[in-house]
Design a protein around this ligand. Structure first.
Ligand code: SF4
Ligand code: FES
Length: 241
């Protein structure tokens, strides 16, 4: 089924295509809904809950919920902002995100969403995890302590690279990223040019030898907040960094 419908986001009427998710329809209409596990070109995952909106008063993940005629969606409310701040805050303290020393700083979506939401300091105690760091691959470096378990690399490897390099193991607090080799990343079929390498929103997967090719101050989110590109209709979060 295809065709156009109208719905309301924050009091503004927008047009959407049947079959679109709320997130895609909002992007197309120039309305930014914060997100982390969603990425253009990948199947939706619905795991981070940063994109939670209220649909006719009920919370829904905008990245997985299809549009429907007559929907009334709230995106910018104090309650939703508090929810998003809380989620981002927890992601920060359960990993080791030392932004001032991280080469992803300025290109990091976690950092950028935090700034957009006005987060300056965490509300909870840091957990200081001690997960694996793997520098065995000639072109790619992984720091599990920065992984926010968004699953973008898992899906990108499967859906865009036609491989299956990354998976999750463990549950709850013990959930972590692993890969399809017994010992280290160099034993996998990951290539430096794989889309999975570009898909990481934080500094957990980094391409070696590119750290400061774009200087601090000239990076994606150094001069305008994340979401500005959607609000100005320029482009969406499929940008590679
Ligand atoms: S390594 Fe990056 S892309 Fe993969 S799950 Fe962790 S944060 Fe997401
Ligand atoms: S972006 Fe929708 S749940 Fe993560």
């Amino acid at each position: 089924m295809s065709g156009k419908i109208t719905l309301i986001i924050d009091g503004q009427e927008i047009e959407a295509e049947i079959g679109q998710t709320i997130l895609d329809a909002a992007d197309a209409a120039g309305v930014y809904i914060p997100r982390l596990c969603a990425m253009k070109g990948l199947s939706p995952h619905g795991s981070c809950r940063v994109c939670t909106v209220h649909v006719n008063g009920r919370p829904q993940a905008a990245c997985t919920q299809p549009v429907a005629p007559g929907m009334s969606i709230e995106n910018e409310t104090p309650e939703l902002k508090a929810h998003r701040v809380s989620v981002i805050d927890m992601l920060f303290v359960e990993g080791n995100h030392y932004c001032m020393f991280c080469e992803k700083s300025g290109n990091c979506e976690l950092q950028a969403v935090a700034y957009r939401l006005g987060i300056l300091a965490p509300q909870h105690d840091y957990m200081f995890p001690c997960r694996g760091v793997d520098a065995s691959h000639p072109e790619v470096f992984i720091d599990g302590n920065r992984c926010i378990l968004c699953g973008r690399c898992v899906r990108a490897s499967q859906e865009l690279d036609n491989k299956n390099v990354f998976q999750f193991v463990g549950r709850g607090i013990h959930k972590r990223l692993t890969f399809n080799a017994p010992n280290n990343l160099s034993q996998t079929d990951l290539a430096g040019i794989d889309k999975a390498v570009d898909s990481c929103p934080v500094g957990a997967i980094l391409r070696k030898g590119t750290a400061f090719s774009v200087p601090i101050g000239q990076r994606l989110y150094d001069n305008e907040p994340i979401g500005s590109e959607i609000e100005s209709g320029r482009r969406t979060n499929d940008r590679q960094v």
